[in-house]
Ligand binder design. Structure first.
Ligand code: DWN
Length: 411
């Protein structure tokens, strides 16, 4: 880090770097076959802790327009994601007795995977999605979608036009927005006075405790503790009123927020106290992470080299953004892995950034039967094991990389 950059949350020049993954390609910038010869743009990927407000963040964020105007990730590809969305939407419709006079809004609504549940319940919806290539799929799913980045201004404009949200979802987007204070102000502006924002974002304690370093990439500007969220929201007109820890994406927080003043639940107080007891708001909690990551990368690559040296054929599953970080950080490429399979038709036929693995359909595993498959989308491993029963049943074995490399199936 050259000059002390100010914290994107509080503005203090108190960032303390604890993980440096070097210059890496953009994790979701998949390459067409004719682009393999050209240079891939690479950008610094370094993570720091703000000693003033406890907000963990990358030191060199990129403009969201460069990352999200065209997007390769479609939420509906994953049953786990679709099921999680259906469960929370169904629960909220019942708990809050929503009806035709309400409005359910989602920021980063992607292909309509979540709001379509409100449509089915007869509740008006509005999606806000910046990726122009994803919006048509949302519309096909019956979800009216505004192709835009959500900002403080858009929140105010929607409110002025009479579109205020009874329920506002924001799943896996709070981590993606460098201008985070305006983003949160926009949520406060567009919420009804009795409305609630339901926000899911990966939990930094799961990242640190389970060595989920591969969830670090340029799309993820922030890595949140509840303490950091509470400070961020209070600064911008929102109050955390409840929180749940949920298992999705390697462990996330589901935060419920409202326009203040409001009384936080017992669970909010309990988790804030737990974080204080564990030192999550102090830099010491992050101090050893970088060296643990280096050890994991060495152990993973050594395992693959040993298996390959013993004559095994190796491949990977899930052209996930986290997979790009993992492969590039560990120096793993086509010298060890022949290809990666993925269920998403939007990714098949392309190549992963950096490692340049060709992306093939998931069915290829049962046909080709490589000896071992490195599960890059480890956060979906239960779903993938169910789906790939024929590959595993024929003697195939999965390798799960974090928190330490382990082989699923007969050794
Ligand atoms: O925040 C983000 C998370 C929510 O999703 C985004 N910034 C980008 C993206 O991150 P990711 O690509 O690491 O997410 P996933 O959900 O771990 O990606 C899974 C990949 O694996 C996708 O390409 C879909 C694929 N997949 C598959 O091929 N078969 C997924 C499942 C569940 C499957 O059964």
């Amino acid at each position: 880090m050259t000059s002390p950059r100010a914290c994107l949350g509080c503005g203090a020049e108190t960032l303390w770097s604890f993980l440096d993954l070097g210059e890496t390609p953009l994790a979701n910038s998949l390459l067409a076959p004719d682009a393999l010869q050209g240079p891939e743009p690479r950008f610094p990927l370094e993570v720091a802790f703000c000693q003033a407000c406890a907000l963990v963040q990358i030191t060199d964020p990129l403009p969201p327009e460069a990352l999200f105007s065209e997007y390769s990730y479609f939420s509906s590809v994953s049953d786990t994601v679709v099921d999680n969305a259906k469960a929370i939407a169904t629960r909220l419709v019942s708990e809050r007795e929503l009806g035709p006079d309400d409005l359910a809004m989602e920021i980063a609504s992607n292909d309509g995977y979540l709001l379509r549940n409100y449509v089915a319940a007869g509740i008006p919806v509005l999606g806000i999605e910046p990726a122009a290539n994803v919006v048509p799929t949302a519309e096909e799913n019956g979800v009216p979608t505004r192709n835009a980045f959500f900002t403080s201004e858009l929140g105010s404009d929607l409110a002025s036009a009479g579109s205020r949200a009874s329920i506002l979802h924001a799943n896996n987007v709070l981590a993606h927005v460098p201008s985070i204070n305006g983003f949160v102000k926009g949520i406060a502006a567009v919420l009804r006075d009795d409305g609630v924002a339901v926000i899911e974002t990966p939990y930094v304690c799961d990242l640190i405790d389970h060595l989920e370093f591969d969830t670090v990439y340029h799309e993820h500007v922030f890595y949140y503790s509840l303490s950091a969220i509470d400070t961020l929201f209070r600064r911008n007109g929102l109050m955390v009123v409840d929180v749940e820890r949920i298992p999705i994406h390697g462990g996330s927080l589901r935060v419920f927020a409202a326009r203040g003043p409001a009384q936080p639940s017992h669970e909010v107080d309990r988790l804030l106290a737990e974080e204080a007891d564990r030192g999550v708001t102090l830099k010491g909690y992050y101090a050893g992470f970088g060296s643990q990551v280096k050890r994991l990368c060495v152990d993973l690559r050594d395992l693959l080299v040993r298996l390959k040296g013993g004559g095994a054929r190796l491949a990977a599953y899930g052209a996930a953004a986290k997979g790009a970080t993992l492969l590039n950080a560990a120096g793993i490429g086509r010298e060890l892995l022949e290809y990666v399979v993925d269920r998403s038709p939007h990714k098949q036929g392309l190549h992963m950034p950096g490692a340049l693995l060709p992306i093939l359909p998931a069915e290829h595993l049962a046909e080709d039967r490589p000896d071992f498959v490195l599960v890059l989308a480890w956060n979906h491993v239960e779903e993938i094991v169910r789906q790939q029963a024929s590959y595993l049943g024929s003697g195939g074995r999965f390798i799960v990389p974090v928190p330490e490399p382990r082989i699923l199936g007969p050794r």
